[in-house]
Design a protein around this ligand. Structure first.
Ligand code: B12
Ligand SMILES: *[C@@H]1O[C@H](CO)[C@@H](O)[C@H](O)[C@H]1NC(C)=O
Ligand SMILES: *[C@@H]1O[C@H](CO)[C@@H](O)[C@H](O)[C@H]1NC(C)=O
Ligand SMILES: *[C@@H]1O[C@H](CO)[C@@H](O)[C@H](O)[C@H]1NC(C)=O
Ligand SMILES: *[C@@H]1O[C@H](CO)[C@@H](O)[C@H](O)[C@H]1NC(C)=O
Ligand SMILES: *[C@@H]1O[C@H](CO)[C@@H](O)[C@H](O)[C@H]1NC(C)=O
Length: 417
C-alpha cells in the first residue's frame, strides 16, 4: 500500500510541477545545526562600523533570522544612509534588497536604479558571461519592487543572455535564474504569454547549464558558487532534465564548512540562505517583528586552526605578457614564510625582499583584492586584472584567505576577462 501512496504522491508532485512554484529543497540535519549557527555568528560579528557596509550580509542575516540585533541595526542604518552615487549598479541592487529585508524603505534608490538600467546597454554576444552578474542583481531588485516597469529591461536582458556565446558561468547563471524566475512568476498568464515564453526559454537553458555543472560530489560549479546555484535550482519553474539531489549538495557543503572553507563573511552570506531553506526571492515577503532573534547559545565547536610549526618555501612568479601594456616582465622569487600563512604574507615577504614585487590592494565585499603589482594596475575599462594561479590552475580564493603549501608555485598573471 505504501508504494501506491508514494506513486500517488509523486503524481501529485508532477502535477504541481506544471504550475509556477516548485521547490526542491532540503534541510540541515539538526545535529549539524551548530555548524550553521557557528558561521552565522562569524558573519554577523564581522559587521564593523569602519568597513564598507556589506548588503549581502544583511540580506543573509535577515533571511536566517538575526542573532546580533545590534549588528543588524547598525548595518541597516549605514546602508540606508549610503549614497547611490558612490555605489555600482550591483551594489545598489543589493542595498535595495537589504533594506527591504530589514523593513526599511529604500527610498530614491529604486528610481535611481531603474533610471540606470533604462540606459543599460546589454553585453555583446562575445562578452564574458560575468557581465550579466550585476545587471542580474538589478533586475532581481527591480522585479521585486515593480515587475511591470521592469518588463522592458528584463526582456533586453533575457534576449542578450540567449545571444551570448561565451562560456557559461555558474554564479552568474544563478543570479540570472533568480531574476528571471521573479519576472516569470509576476508576469500574468494570458496577456503576458510571450514574455513568459521568453523567460522560461532562457530559464530552461540556464538551468540545464547549471545542472551540467553539478559534480559527482554535489558541488555546483565550485564550492563558492554552490550557495547561489542551490537558490536558483530551488526556485526555478523549469526543472533540469537530470534531477538535482539537494541532500547530497547539502552534505558536501556541511563538510566544507567543517573544513573551514567558509570563514570569509561574504562566502557565508552567499551560502547561508540555502542552508536555511531561503532564497533572495523571499526578501519581499519577510515579516518584521520588533523582537526577533533569540540570542543563541553561542556555538562552541572547536574549529582547529592549522598549526604553523615550521617555515615553508613558496615559489612566487609575477608575469605580465599582456601586449599593449608597457612593462613586460616575468620574474620569479622564492620566499620563506610560516607554515599556515595566507598568500598575502608571501606577497608581503616578496615585496620586502625586492621592489619589483611591490603590490597594492583594494577593499571589496570579499576582502582584499590585489589591484596592482610592480606598478601595473587592474583596469575595468580594459577588463584587465591580476589572476592568481597555483601550478597553472586559478585559485578559488583570494590572497588574504588562500593558504599555500610547501614548495607550491604561485603565479600572479596579468590577464583579461
Ligand atoms: C566578476 C567577478 C570577478 C571580476 C571582478 C571585476 C569586474 N568588474 O567584473 C574579476 C575577473 C576581476 C575577478 C577576479 C577574481 N575573482 Co572573482 N568574481 C566575480 C563574480 C562572478 C561577480 C562579482 C560581482 O560583480 N559582484 C557584484 C557586486 C555588486 O559586488 P561587489 O562586491 O561590488 O563586487 C566586487 C568584488 O566581488 C570583487 N571581486 C571579484 N572577485 C573577487 C575575488 C576576491 C578574492 C576578492 C577579494 C574580490 C573580488 O570585484 C567586484 C567588482 O569590483 C564573483 C561571483 C560571486 N559569487 O560573487 C566572483 C568571485 C567573487 N571571484 C572569486 C575569485 C576566486 C577571484 C580571483 C581570486 C580568481 C583568481 N584565481 O585570480 C580573482 C581576484 C584576484 C585578485 N587580484 O585579488 C571567487 C571568490 C571566492 C572566495 N572564497 O574568495 C568568486 C565567488 C567566484 C567563485 N565562485 O569562485 N572576479
Ligand atoms: C519589501 O518590498 C515589497 C515590494 O515592494 C513590499 O511589498 C514589502 O512590504 C517590503 N517589505 C518590507 C518589510 O518593507
Ligand atoms: C547553455 O546550454 C545551451 C544548450 O542547452 C547552449 O546552447 C548555451 O550556449 C549554453 N549557455 C548559456 C549561457 O545558455
Ligand atoms: C617565465 O619564466 C620561466 C622561467 O623563469 C619560463 O619557464 C616561462 O616559460 C616564462 N614565461 C613566459 C610567458 O615567458
Ligand atoms: C620564516 O619565515 C619568516 C616570515 O614569515 C621569516 O621572517 C623567517 O626568516 C623565516 N625563517 C627561516 C628560518 O627561514
Ligand atoms: C597569462 O596571461 C596571458 C595574457 O592574457 C595569457 O596569454 C596566458 O595564457 C596567461 N597564462 C596563464 C598560465 O594563464
Amino acid at each position: 500500500m505504501a508504494w501506491l501512496a508514494l506513486l500517488l504522491l509523486s503524481q501529485l508532485w508532477a502535477l504541481a510541477g506544471t504550475s509556477a512554484r516548485v521547490r526542491s529543497s532540503c534541510s540541515v540535519p539538526s545535529g549539524e545545526q551548530p555548524w550553521v549557527d557557528n558561521i552565522q555568528v562569524l558573519m554577523e560579528d564581522s559587521v564593523m562600523p569602519s568597513t564598507l557596509p556589506n548588503p549581502s550580509v544583511l540580506i543573509a542575516m535577515n533571511l536566517a533570522g538575526p542573532y546580533n540585533l545590534e549588528a543588524q541595526e547598525d548595518l541597516t542604518n549605514e546602508l540606508e544612509s549610503s549614497d547611490t552615487a558612490d555605489l555600482t549598479t550591483g551594489q545598489v541592487a543589493l542595498t535595495i534588497m537589504a533594506l527591504n529585508s530589514s523593513c526599511r524603505n529604500p527610498g530614491s534608490k529604486v528610481s535611481d536604479l531603474q533610471r540606470e538600467m533604462e540606459s543599460w546597454s546589454p553585453p555583446a554576444p562575445r562578452e564574458e558571461a560575468t557581465a550579466f552578474y550585476s545587471p542580474g542583481l538589478a533586475i532581481l531588485a527591480l522585479c521585486q519592487k515593480n515587475s511591470e516597469a521592469t518588463l522592458p529591461i528584463a526582456t533586453i536582458f533575457a534576449k542578450a543572455l540567449l545571444a551570448n556565446t561565451s562560456p557559461f558561468h555558474v554564479g552568474t547563471g544563478a543570479v540570472a535564474t533568480l531574476a528571471l524566475t521573479c519576472m516569470y512568476n509576476k508576469t500574468p498568464v494570458g496577456s503576458g504569454d510571450s514574455y513568459r515564453n521568453l523567460f522560461s526559454q532562457v530559464l530552461k537553458r540556464i538551468v540545464e547549464n547549471i545542472s551540467m555543472r553539478i559534480k559527482d560530489n554535489g558541488i555546483i560549479g565550485n564550492i563558492y558558487s554552490t550557495g547561489l546555484a542551490m537558490q536558483a535550482l530551488s526556485v526555478t519553474p523549469v526543472q533540469p532534465a537530470k534531477k538535482w539531489d539537494c541532500e547530497q549538495t547539502m552534505t558536501i557543503v556541511l563538510d566544507e564548512i567543517k573544513q573551514r572553507k567558509f570563514q570569509n563573511p561574504m562566502s557565508i552570506a552567499q551560502i547561508l540562505p540555502s542552508l536555511k531553506g531561503k532564497t533572495y526571492l523571499d526578501v519581499p515577503h519577510m515579516t518584521c517583528r520588533g523582537d526577533q532573534g533569540v540570542a543563541p547559545t553561542v556555538p562552541t565547536y572547536p574549529i582547529p586552526v592549522p598549526t604553523s610549526a615550521s617555515n615553508i618555501t613558496v615559489v612566487y612568479t609575477i608575469n605580465n605578457q599582456l601586449r599593449g601594456v608597457d612593462l613586460l616582465f616575468n620574474v620569479t622569487t622564492e620566499v620563506s614564510v610560516n607554515g599556515g600563512s595566507v598568500l598575502l604574507v608571501v606577497l608581503e615577504e616578496a615585496q620586502r625582499k625586492s621592489p619589483v614585487f611591490k603590490f597594492e590592494t583594494r577593499m571589496t565585499s570579499w576582502g582584499l583584492m590585489v589591484s596592482s603589482i610592480n606598478n601595473i594596475y587592474e583596469n575595468a575599462n580594459h577588463k584587465t586584472y591580476w589572476q592568481f594561479l597555483s601550478d597553472g590552475t586559478p585559485l578559488s580564493e583570494g590572497v588574504a584567505e588562500y593558504v599555500p603549501f610547501n614548495h607550491e608555485h604561485i603565479t600572479a598573471n596579468f590577464t583579461q576577462y
